[in-house]
Design a protein around this ligand. Structure first.
Ligand SMILES: *Cc1c(COP(=O)(O)O)cnc(C)c1O
Length: 373
């Protein structure tokens, strides 16, 4: 079957990015974040590739994904970053999944589960300024003490999450780091490791930060080759793992004044060659790209014209006399090698690159390949 829309996942680039991340981390350990189906790249294929390359720690947000990783033969530690429901904790025991304690209620539930169902490995999250999940630094020591005293609980990591790591030099990030360090000095002895950094922090924190002992980092985006700050992608030679392609399903010539697609938002300024491409917002192409995005075709860029539909997008190939002689079945590049970068498309769509990779629909098959063609 000739799929109208498909994504290529370049595992060679994933390995390359892993090496770039490791080089930066020095002695610190990597926790590979593979939540949301590995940011749309495919949970199990990505995790297996990373495991074969020596990665020993993984993290997801949903319990179903943690269990899927275990069932797929991932043997390293699997950390549930999200706020687990108390009823789920026994499943974590059964599948040897590490849990994050991010509230006093969850701390109590973890203690009860460890006593009733068996041993649990626990990370404690503190809110130093993200304003999302985590114990307050003031309440954390007593709760950590309680966890430490409970039989069956192993305290693994103390962690926090940064709100502004993608803005190099941001003073609020410094403030968060200081709050965390203060708590670590107080309670750090109870833990094997600590982890604070995400991808942006990995490249914005000074190299000296990574030489501290007992460090881990939770890295997602950089492994897939995207960061919200494009300069950091270039400077650290990260390569895009995903390429989004769709095939031309029909080519037609329209007379001047023809309007195309819903709402008639584009009018042909002259005779035009229009390619109908077989991917739309139902495949994960943001509708926001209507009349503002571009695609790559034969080494050139062509504009998206008219409103993007659920299953189709229209491309203006130009004056029929000079338009490329394309055929049905030929692929165009929505993002990736041979077309706009995912960062460029994210800018047009007013979002971040990982929203685009996550948005690639499940009906779009993933083609795994070792190298970029
Ligand atoms: C998603 C997530 C990460 C990874 O962030 P990236 O910017 O993709 O590296 C780290 N920590 C937590 C808590 C997360 O939810």
């Amino acid at each position: 079957m000739l799929h109208p829309a498909f994504v290529e996942i370049h595992l060679g680039h994933l390995r390359h990015n892993l090496e770039q991340v490791r080089r930066r981390l020095r002695s610190a350990e990597l926790i590979a974040v593979v939540k949301e189906d590995a940011y749309g790249h495919g949970l199990v294929p990505v995790a297996r590739t990373l495991q074969e390359a020596g990665v020993r720690h993984f993290a997801v947000v949903r319990l179903a994904e943690a269990v899927a990783l275990r069932e797929a033969g991932i043997t390293g530690s699997i950390l549930l970053l999200g706020a687990a429901f108390s009823e789920e904790l026994a499943i974590c025991v059964a599948h040897d999944i590490d849990v994050t304690v991010s509230s006093p209620v969850l701390a109590e539930a973890v203690c009860a589960t460890a006593q009733r169902h068996g041993p649990l490995r626990v990370h404690v999250k503190v809110d130093t300024g993200m304003g999302r999940l985590g114990l307050w630094p003031e309440e954390a020591p007593a709760i950590i003490h309680r966890l430490e005293q409970t039989p069956g609980i192993t305290l693994v990591g103390l962690c926090t999450h940064l709100a502004t790591a993608d803005r190099p030099g941001d003073p609020f990030m410094q403030e968060q780091l200081e709050r965390f360090e203060r708590l670590w000095r107080q309670v750090g002895d109870a833990f094997a490791v600590r982890h604070v950094a995400n991808s942006s922090a990995l490249f914005t924190l000074p190299v000296s930060y990574w030489t501290g002992p007992r460090q881990q980092a939770r890295i997602g985006a950089a492994l897939y080759g995207y960061l919200s700050c494009p300069e950091l992608i270039e400077a650290n030679d990260l390569r895009p793992v995903m390429r989004f392609m769709a095939r031309i399903v029909q080519v037609r010539t329209v007379p001047p004044g023809t309007t195309v697609s819903y709402g008639r938002t584009w009018t042909a300024p002259g005779r035009r060659r229009i390619a109908v491409v077989g991917a739309g917002y139902g495949d994960g192409i943001p509708r926001r790209l209507s009349n503002r995005g571009q695609v790559g075709l034969r080494g050139r860029r062509f504009p998206i014209v008219g409103t993007i539909c659920m299953d189709m997008t229209l491309i203006d190939l130009g004056d029929p006399e000079t338009a490329p002689d394309v055929q049905e079945g030929e692929p165009v590049v929505f993002f990736g090698e041979g077309g706009p970068s995912i960062t460029e498309v994210a800018r047009w769509a007013e979002t971040v690159p990982y929203e685009l990779s996550c948005a690639t629909a499940r009906r779009v098959p993933r083609h795994y390949q070792e190298t970029q063609r």
